[in-house]
Every structure is written in structure tokens, then in C-alpha cells.
Design a protein around this ligand. Structure first.
Ligand code: HEC
Ligand code: HEC
Length: 592
């Protein structure tokens, strides 16, 4: 598949490099409106590169608004062709892949690559969709024109905000409270009209996008030359992490599907802390040579020891009926990274790392994340092809840790007993077994200095009647002060999650704040389940007034008593708000 760029002979984009479209189905379905010239360039389509999700979204809009008729299978085939022919290079995808992974944590602003996009594109939707665009300048202009035509408030965002001059006699007086409880009266101030000829925010955004995210890039040219259908069949070792549930290990067996980009999977995972296991079977498709989208279901799942209170609502057993998988395959085809999330509840999921299993022994990781000095305990080591005749001296964790006994050893799991000496050097330890190694397998520490709640702020949405609830998963992590003995410094050691007790405290923001009574409940795994949406007759802010919604802001509080009997406390800010009443299109591209 060699990349060809040709210069348009005719049509609306003279002398602009575009990408020829040579797929018969795409030409026949789209060509009626998107004219194709003799060089194979089609209007609009040849001047855009983006993700499978955005291609699908655009095609859905063609059906909804522009009168395209196509069957679901035809749409899937066109999405597949366009994602390969007009897709993104892995380096280009990396910046916005969190959107594909349905990550909800963090702040959008952290991802906005330029202030020109902050008050424009990010005003209405995720910035991930914008970072995943590569277009010509002219096509960005058309994208903005489409927005102005279709979404009325886009006009206000893209055009300059002209403000009228306010003369002093019309200027308002500002009243502000002063420190002693009195009122400050600020003198009225006249304001000048804002510059009418200032460059429109939309034009600034287009300038930025056309220069920083152009249609043809060295990354794409290089990737098109290297792109191939990935040979993924075989056994893969999984190490994963699910906030609230901890470390997960297992394997995925991948078998080829009907074509070279389709695969079937059989997955077996074990939650390291509880020993609970999960068996899944699934199907997946790999777009653009690296971009894995899969779904796997609980074909024959073993029941998980989850209490009813900690079980999110989709399945009685507390595990999703279906997982969605979004991963990027590495360029050498030997590892994959991404996230598997709950179908319908993207806020719940696990970070996954897959490596191809080989004949060599491999260490995936340990069940626990820290060992205290001095102590004696058991460690489980998950791996692949571990030797069966292991001796205590085969396990090396570094100074101060002595392996006293191999309790049990199978090719995927070794259980050992360890002694941690008093004054064993504090720090992250690597583990080696023969030639196999795991960097920073676990921490050795003397005492817990403090705990933190992760993430440090989160949003949750009311629901359950008409809209889905949006859950918020917390975890409490312990830290040691590190070699310098001072807490909250750069050398602090992350000791991993601890099983804290959870509660809520009021975040005082309104008079008689009563949010903790209404917003929802947090269980002993740190999972916050929001209350129902809509007015609650039981909650009246003013007597004889109507009931108000169950929204509010609170602290999620973790309390943990460590082995030495010291009680640690930490908290995180939780905003519980109304459902996503305007749920924009959520394209799914994993169906085949
Ligand atoms: C019945 C006419 C019609 C057909 C058929 C049609 N389109 Fe469109 N398309 C339009 C019009 C009109 C626009 C410009 C307005 C807009 O963006 O909706 C457009 C715009 C687009 C855009 C630009 C949207 C953006 O993100 O800026 C893309 C991409 C696109 N079409 C893809 C397709 C593909 C792929 C097909 C075939 C599967 C297709 N169209 C079939 C009429 C059509
Ligand atoms: C006024 C709100 C608003 C603003 C501002 C806005 N968008 Fe959109 N955008 C939308 C809506 C609504 C849709 C389509 C509906 C949906 O997401 O389901 C959309 C769709 C898109 C799509 C998908 C293409 C398609 O054919 O559907 C892209 C790409 C996009 N926007 C990029 C941008 C960029 C780039 C900017 C900034 C220059 C921007 N948007 C600013 C509201 C907005």
C-alpha cells in the first residue's frame, strides 16, 4: 500500500495535495455528492485524515442530514477503508487516544495543545476529536462553516465578540464584601468598545490547525510506507490495573479472523489481590495497521466475590456484560497498550499492557506493591513460562530481602515466602528470576508517612431513571517518605493502594449545606454511586418550594489505620452533577 499524493486537476481545491480514493464501494456510495476527479480525488473526503470514530461520525451525519443511504455493513467497510487510506499515524493518534479509550479523568485543558483551541473547539466537545484531525486549510474552513451552519452557537464562538462601549454614566456599580464584614463600593468604570477588526477566534484556530495539523505530514508518509496488516495471532501476556480492584494478570489468545485485520480472542484474567478470575471471549478489528478496537463478553465467567453494594448496575455479579477494548499495537508488533472499559460506563475500566508470550520466561508482576521492613510475608509472582523447578535463591529482589521458601510454582504463578531485614534499604526494587526481570516490581519501605486519595478531584453524574449514572471510582494510596525522610518530596515512594474506609464530608459552599444526605453513597471499595436524577421531593432548599435535584459537591474521605496503629486520612473533591442531557454522538467502531 504505497502512499500516493496527487495534485487536484480540477474541482474546488486547485493545486492542493489530496489523497486519492480508489475503493469502489466508497466511490459508489459517496461519489454522487463528493465528485471524484480523474486523479481519484474526491471533494472533502480526499482532504481529511482522522480516526475510525470520526469517519463513522461523519458518515452517520451524511445519513441523518444529507440523504446518504447505506447499510450498516457498507458503513463498516467504508470506515475501514478510509481509516486505512485516510487515517492517522501512531504518533499522530497518541495525543488524542484517551478519547478513544473513554478516559474521563483529568482536565480537558491539560490536553489542549494551543490556547486558540480552548475557547473555540473545546467550548462544545472533547478536544480529543480535534487533535485527531489532519486537514488542508480549506477543509478546516469548511468544517467551521459546517459548524456555523448547523450548530447556532458556533457563530458566537468563532466570530469576534464585539462589545459596545459603556459610558461612565451607564457603568454599573460593583459591590464587594470587605474583610471586616462591610461592603466596598467600587467606583463605576467606563469601558471602551472592543476592537472590531480583531482577528476572529475561529480564524486563529484555523491558522493553528492548518499549520500544526496539516493533511500531509512526515509521520503519515512514513507510516503509510511501513503500514502492514499486523500479525497478532498467538498468546499474549496481560498486566493490567483497575482502580479500586488493583493489579490484574493473565493472558489473551488471539486467533486470526475472516480477513487479515480481524481477530478473535479468548482472555483469562486474575485479580491479584482477591484471586477472582474472569474469562472472556471477544472479537476485534485493527485499523490503520495498529489501532485495536475490540469487544469481549462474559462467555463463561466465573463469579466474582463482589458485594451487591460495590456492584455497578449493569450486571448482578458486578462485572460488565461487555468490555470494550481500545489499544495501540507497537510498531514492532510485540506489545499493545490501552484501556478496556465497561460498555456504557466508560468511567470504569482497566489500563492494559500486553506483550507477546515467547519461549523465554517472563515476569509480569507481583500481587502486592510494597513490603515493609522488617517483616515476613508471602509474595505471588505472575508470569509466563516460569521454570517449574525454582529454588529460593533463584529470586533476586536486592539487598535485605531473603526468599526463604518456594511455596508453589507453576508456569504462570510462583508463590514465595520472604524475610525483609530491619533497615533494608528503602526504595523501588527490581525482581529477577534467571534472565527474566521486572523493573520496579515492588517497594521496600520502613513506615507509611501519609495516604492520598486518587484522583484528587472527580466528577460523577446523577442517573438511573432515564439517564445512566456516571460512577466515580476512588482509591487510597499509601506513601513512604523516601530516603530523605521528608514526606511530600520528590523521592517519596508510592506503596500502592491500601484498603481504607470511605466516608463523605460536606464541602461547604452554600448556607445549610446538606449535600452528603442526597448526592449518593460511597462503598468500602471507594466506588461512589450517585443518586437518581431529576427533582427530589424530599429535598427542598426552601420550605414550600419545589424539590431540587440531588446534585452537590462533597469530600470523598479515606481513613486508613496502618500496621503500626497510626491513622491516616486524606480526601478528594467530588462534584456530583446532573446527567449529560446533551449526549453527543458516541461512535462505536468495534463491530464487524
Ligand atoms: C447526498 C449527498 C451526500 C452523500 C451521498 C455523501 N455526502 Fe458527505 N457531505 C455532503 C454535504 C452536503 C457535505 C457538506 C456539509 C456537511 O459537512 O454536512 C458533506 C460533507 C462531508 C464530510 C466533511 C465533514 C466534516 O467533518 O467536515 C465528510 C468527511 C463526508 N461528507 C464524507 C462522506 C462519505 C464518506 C460519504 C459516503 C459514505 C458521503 N460523505 C456521502 C453530502 C453527501
Ligand atoms: C458550538 C459548539 C461547537 C463548537 C464551538 C465546535 N464544535 Fe465541532 N461539533 C459540534 C457538534 C454538535 C458536532 C456534531 C455532533 C456530535 O458531536 O455528535 C461537532 C462535530 C465535529 C466534528 C466531527 C465531524 C463531523 O463531520 O461530524 C469535528 C471533526 C469537529 N466537530 C471539530 C471541531 C473543531 C476543529 C472545532 C474548533 C475549530 C469545533 N469542532 C468547534 C459542536 C461544536
Amino acid at each position: 500500500m504505497a502512499l500516493s499524493i496527487v495534485h487536484a486537476q480540477s474541482g474546488s481545491q486547485p493545486d492542493v495535495a489530496g489523497i486519492p480514493i480508489n475503493d469502489q464501494l466508497t466511490i459508489s456510495k459517496c461519489g454522487g455528492c463528493h465528485r471524484r476527479d480523474p486523479a481519484g480525488l474526491m471533494t472533502r473526503i480526499s482532504y481529511i485524515r482522522t480516526t475510525p470514530e470520526v469517519w463513522e461520525q461523519a458518515i452517520k451525519r451524511m445519513i441523518r442530514l444529507n440523504g446518504l443511504s447505506a447499510t450498516p455493513q457498507e458503513v463498516r467497510d467504508i470506515v475501514r477503508y478510509l481509516s486505512n487510506n485516510n487515517g492517522l499515524a501512531p504518533e499522530e493518534m497518541a495525543a488524542g487516544f484517551w478519547e478513544v479509550e473513554h478516559r474521563t479523568q483529568g482536565y480537558q485543558d491539560d490536553h489542549v495543545s494551543n490556547p486558540a483551541l480552548q475557547k473555540t473547539c473545546n467550548n462544545c466537545h472533547n478536544i480529543g476529536r480535534v487533535l485527531a484531525q489532519r486537514r488542508t486549510r480549506e477543509d478546516y474552513q469548511k468544517l467551521l462553516a459546517m459548524h456555523i451552519g448547523m450548530f447556532p452557537s458556533a457563530e458566537n464562538v468563532f466570530r469576534p465578540q464585539r462589545t459596545k462601549a459603556v459610558p461612565i454614566e451607564e457603568a454599573p456599580v460593583h459591590l464587594t464584601a470587605n474583610d471586616t464584614g462591610g461592603i466596598n463600593r467600587e467606583a463605576p468604570r467606563a469601558t471602551a468598545a472592543s476592537a472590531v477588526n480583531a482577528k476572529a477566534p475561529g480564524a486563529i484556530a484555523v491558522d493553528y490547525l492548518a499549520t500544526s495539523q496539516p493533511l500531509i505530514t512526515p509521520e503519515w508518509t512514513a507510516w503509510r510506507a511501513a503500514m502492514r496488516a499486523p500479525k497478532l495471532a498467538g498468546t499474549w501476556l496481560v498486566s493490567a490495573y483497575q482502580p479500586g480492584r488493583g493489579r490484574i494478570y493473565g493472558q489473551v489468545v488471539i486467533t486470526p479472523g475472516a480477513s487479515d485485520d480481524l481477530f478473535s480472542t479468548t482472555t483469562q484474567l486474575t485479580y491479584a489481590s482477591s484471586g477472582a478470575s474472569l474469562k472472556l471471549t471477544g472479537k476485534s478489528i485493527v485499523y490503520t495497521g495498529y489501532s485495536w478496537r475490540g469487544r469481549s463478553g462474559a462467555a463463561a465467567m466465573s463469579p466474582l466475590p463482589v458485594t451487591a453494594a460495590s456492584a455497578p448496575v449493569t450486571a448482578a455479579s458486578g462485572i460488565p456484560a461487555e468490555w470494550r477494548e481500545a489499544m495501540m499495537v507497537s510498531r514492532d508488533g510485540n506489545s499493545m497498550d490501552g484501556r478496556w472499559f465497561w460498555s456504557g460506563f466508560g468511567e470504569l475500566g482497566m489500563d492494559v499492557h500486553l506483550v507477546r508470550a515467547s519461549a523465554e520466561p517472563a515476569i509480569l508482576g507481583t500481587d502486592i506493591s510494597a513490603l515493609q521492613s522488617p517483616s515476613h510475608g508471602q509474595v505471588k509472582i505472575f508470569g509466563g513460562n516460569l521454570p517449574s523447578s525454582l529454588q529460593p535463591s533463584d529470586f533476586i529482589f536486592g539487598p535485605g530481602i531473603t526468599v526463604t521458601k518456594v511455596v508453589n510454582a507453576t508456569p504462570t504463578l510462583a508463590t514465595i515466602e520472604v524475610d525483609i531485614a530491619a533497615k533494608a534499604p528503602v526504595g523501588m526494587r527490581d525482581l529477577t528470576i534467571g534472565r527474566a526481570g521486572k523493573i520496579k516490581a515492588l517497594a521496600v519501605y520502613d513506615k507509611i508517612a501519609y495516604i492520598e486519595v486518587s484522583p484528587n478531584a472527580q466528577i460523577s453524574r446523577l442517573g438511573g431513571i432515564k439517564w445512566p449514572k456516571e460512577f466515580a471510582q476512588y482509591e487510597a494510596r499509601a506513601y513512604a517518605a523516601g530516603p530523605d525522610g521528608k514526606p511530600h518530596t520528590a523521592d517519596d515512594l508510592d506503596l500502592g493502594p491500601v484498603s481504607a474506609q470511605w466516608s463523605m464530608e460536606e464541602f461547604f459552599s452554600t448556607p445549610d449545606d446538606d449535600d452528603i444526605l442526597f448526592v449518593g453513597k460511597i462503598d468500602d471499595s471507594g466506588l461512589f454511586t450517585p443518586s437518581f436524577e431529576g427533582p427530589n421531593p424530599e429535598r427542598k432548599k426552601v420550605n414550600s418550594n419545589f424539590g431540587v435535584d440531588n446534585y452537590g459537591d462533597v469530600w470523598a474521605v479515606a481513613t486508613y489505620k496502618d500496621a503500626a496503629g497510626v491513622t491516616h486520612k486524606a480526601k478528594s473533591y467530588l462534584v456530583v452533577t446532573v446527567p449529560n442531557y446533551t449526549l453527543y454522538d458516541q461512535p462505536e467502531v468495534a463491530q464487524q
